[in-house]
Design a protein around this ligand. Structure first.
Ligand code: ZN
Length: 144
């Protein structure tokens, strides 16, 4: 299971979700719907883009603690990031979950506390959900 200290960070994010709700404004707001059928978690990710990259993110959704904590952590982490930097974080987070590895030169902030999910194979999709939503948006933008 998750380490105690990590568990506290995860529970805090799932209980007090950061960046929960829609984003205000008319233009430059992208909306991505995503669901994790293996657990029933659902979410909508909102991304506001500016000339330098990602300016703001928020989300709405329902699901297990791991999925909601991961949404909360990711939306914090990717604010004010360039598309390139956010793509590196996405790759690093995927390795964290799939391989259990923390990369020293890429800061994943509170999202590193989800490392223990690596050992819970059935929950991989819960932790990865917001990142997969983000990845879907990246692909739609033809950034890759
Ligand atoms: Zn879940």
């Amino acid at each position: 299971m998750l380490d105690d200290l990590y568990r506290q960070v995860v529970m805090d994010h799932s209980k007090y979700k950061r960046n929960y709700g829609t984003l205000c404004g008319e233009n430059n707001i992208n909306k991505v719907h995503y669901k994790n059928p293996t657990c029933g978690d659902i979410m909508v990710l909102y991304i506001r883009v500016g000339p330098k990259g990602i300016e703001d993110l928020s989300f709405e959704g329902e699901g297990c603690s791991i999925s909601m904590a991961s949404c909360s952590m990711m939306t914090d982490l990717l604010k004010n990031q360039t598309v390139e930097a956010s793509r590196k974080k996405r790759d690093a987070f995927e390795r964290l979950i799939r391989e259990g590895k923390i990369e020293e030169n890429i800061d994943l902030g509170d999202a590193e506390s989800l490392q223990g999910v690596h050992n819970l194979r059935a929950r991989h999709n819960c932790a990865l959900m917001p990142w997969q939503a983000f990845d879907k948006w990246l692909k739609e933008q033809e950034y890759e």
